[in-house]
Design a protein around this ligand. Structure first.
Ligand code: GLA
Length: 380
């Protein structure tokens, strides 16, 4: 007699559950996915984590393929991933991102080539640990860009060339790039990228640039105009959009779109997520971000009233995006599920946040349906 072991029962029951989940998700959202609803308005994207691709998270991958027509890598193309060590490139994570997007005929965004974060120290140092010269750093930048962009020429369609280069005061941020090379490190990065892939779209990406009252907006306008006046290619501006339930206001988002579109660049929202947790900054905390219960009010699930607030906030935001669909080329959500979000650990570690459209068990949240509804009403 054939005996069935406990392990094989476990495996087959898991497979059945997986199959059922797939079936439920496919039938649930079959007729109306995000990309079907927003397809004619703007590209609708999501950031994809390396873990999701490398561990072959089937449900997440399926939901991404069904709902989105553009993806951005979460980490795979930041300098410290393909190029952690001098002279050695390791593209296994980036390759899996590119092949997933290519297989699903998506618009691929490479993020990012020159940034003050996630760039290893060796980039700026000689063998004795002293700062390198301007020429050496420019050479390293050019070599990095031509290798990475060159590898994915024609496959990655747009690059966040520079990320977060403007500081709170509206001036260029004092990064090692700027200290060693000077202010022109930015234009060099754009030049090297367009040489490596002349057909790629080139973006500038930053946060807090949507507030007319703050200096970053002035700095961003100045930077874009200066690139344009030198004949350097700049296709679009990415507003990161890591937002809260109340800030920025819809009026601020609306004015930012109008102001930036006048520069003649595509306007994009590139890292949209909406935290529902109390902000330590608003409570006056700026340095010591230790865990406190009062900053983590929903460890066991989001109450219905908050789900509704989040859904309404997403809907009003998408309404203003749709109002300006003639100048907005892409809206990208920063990661698929609440469980994947960086906001669970930033700026305070170990909290439970709910900023995304899918919950921790991959279920579409009320926010997902409110965004869909918004697009359907618009396109009726
Ligand atoms: C910034 C970067 C992103 C990501 C987020 C946090 O917005 O541009 O790549 O690191 O911070 O996850």
């Amino acid at each position: 007699m054939k005996t069935i072991s406990k392990t094989s029962i476990d495996i087959s029951s898991k497979l059945i559950i997986l199959f059922l989940l797939h079936f439920i998700f496919i039938s649930c959202i079959h007729a109306q996915t995000l990309k079907e609803v927003f397809g004619k308005d703007f590209k609708i994207g999501v950031a994809v984590s390396e873990k999701q691709l490398l561990e072959n998270d089937t449900i997440a991958n399926l939901l991404v393929a069904k709902n989105f027509n553009s993806i951005t890598n979460e980490n795979a193309l930041k300098w410290d991933n393909p190029h952690a060590v001098p002279g050695v490139y390791d593209f296994w994570k980036a390759d899996s991102f590119v092949s997933f997007g290519t297989r699903n005929q998506m618009f691929l965004v490479g993020h990012t080539l020159v940034w003050h974060n996630q760039t290893p120290d060796w980039v700026f140092q000689d063998q004795s640990g002293n700062p390198v010269s301007r020429d050496t750093l420019l050479k390293r930048l050019k070599e990095h860009i031509s290798t990475v962009v060159g590898r994915y020429k024609g496959k990655i369609h747009g690059w966040d060339v520079a990320n977060e280069a403007i500081g709170d005061n509206g001036e260029l941020r004092n990064s090692k790039w700027r200290e060693i090379i000077g202010d022109d490190y930015i234009e060099k990065a754009y030049k090297y990228t367009s040489e490596a892939d002349p057909d790629a779209e080139l973006y500038y990406n930053d946060y807090n640039i949507e507030y007319t009252s703050q200096k970053q907006m002035e700095g961003t306008i100045k930077l874009i105009k200066s690139l344009q006046s030198k004949g350097i290619k700049i296709t679009g501006l990415g507003i990161q959009a890591h937002w809260g339930l109340n800030s920025p206001t819809i009026e601020q988002i609306d004015s930012a779109i109008v102001i930036y579109s006048k520069l003649g660049v595509k306007v994009m929202f590139t890292e949209l997520d909406i935290t529902v947790l109390p902000s330590p900054y608003e409570a006056g905390i700026t340095t010591n971000f230790e865990y406190k219960k009062e900053f983590d009010p929903f460890p066991n699930g989001l109450p219905d009233s908050m789900q509704t607030k989040l859904a309404n906030r997403y809907a009003e935001i998408f309404k203003v995006f749709l109002k300006h669909k003639d100048v907005i080329s892409r809206v990208t959500i920063w990661l698929l599920t609440d469980g994947q979000s960086w906001l669970n650990d930033w700026p305070i570690q170990g909290r439970t946040d709910y900023p995304n459209l899918f919950d921790r068990s991959y279920k579409p949240k009320p926010a997902y349906f409110s965004v869909l509804k918004c697009g359907k009403i618009e396109n009726e």
